[in-house]
Design a protein around this ligand. Structure first.
Ligand code: FE2
Ligand code: FE2
Length: 170
């Protein structure tokens, strides 16, 4: 693989872990507010991000390239409201989508079709990521100040669990 491509994927491994760190932090913020369902939702989101990093790490290993794990930046620790946290999460996912698109562009420029093909999984995944985070933000916006609705939404969001995809089914 081209050294530039390897470096860019290593950077993205770091960014996926950083994403997980942000959602972990959002989870603890929501826990502090007594929103245990949203906490669970954010923990599942964190596990997904760790899986995204892991999948890239394994790809570099399979191709015989060097993985370089770097320090992870500290995340924000509080937000103005649950809605503000989910809006921040959506903004963050849009940044991730832009970064994935840039990686695909680089792979195509380098005629590295194996990497371009590998990255397609992330292209599809980002559509889901933006939809699920954005959907939660939409719901929070809709319920406004209603405590009852917040209670129900929190309960519903608590049903989310992360299931590690089986090999070959990723
Ligand atoms: Fe991710
Ligand atoms: Fe994500």
């Amino acid at each position: 693989m081209d050294a530039k491509m390897v470096e860019a994927i290593n950077d993205q491994i770091n960014f996926e872990l950083y994403s997980g760190y942000i959602y972990y932090s959002m989870g603890t913020y929501l826990s502090d507010l007594g929103l245990s369902g949203m906490t669970q939702w954010m923990i599942a989101q964190t596990q997904e991000e760790m899986f995204h990093a892991h999948k890239m790490l394994m790809f570099l290993c399979e191709r015989g390239e060097r993985v370089e794990l770097k320090a992870i930046d500290g995340p924000a620790t509080s937000w103005e409201s649950p809605l503000a946290a989910f809006e921040n999460a959506l903004e963050h996912e849009k940044i991730v989508t832009g970064r994935i698109n840039d990686l695909v562009d680089m792979a195509l420029e380098l005629k590295d079709h194996a990497t371009a093909n590998f990255l397609q999984w992330y292209v599809a995944e980002q559509v889901e990521e933006e939809a699920s985070v954005g959907g939660a933000a939409d719901n929070l916006r809709l319920i406004g100040e209603s405590g009852n609705a917040l209670f129900m939404l929190d309960k519903e969001m608590g049903a989310r669990v992360f299931t590690m995809p089986a090999a070959g089914e990723e």
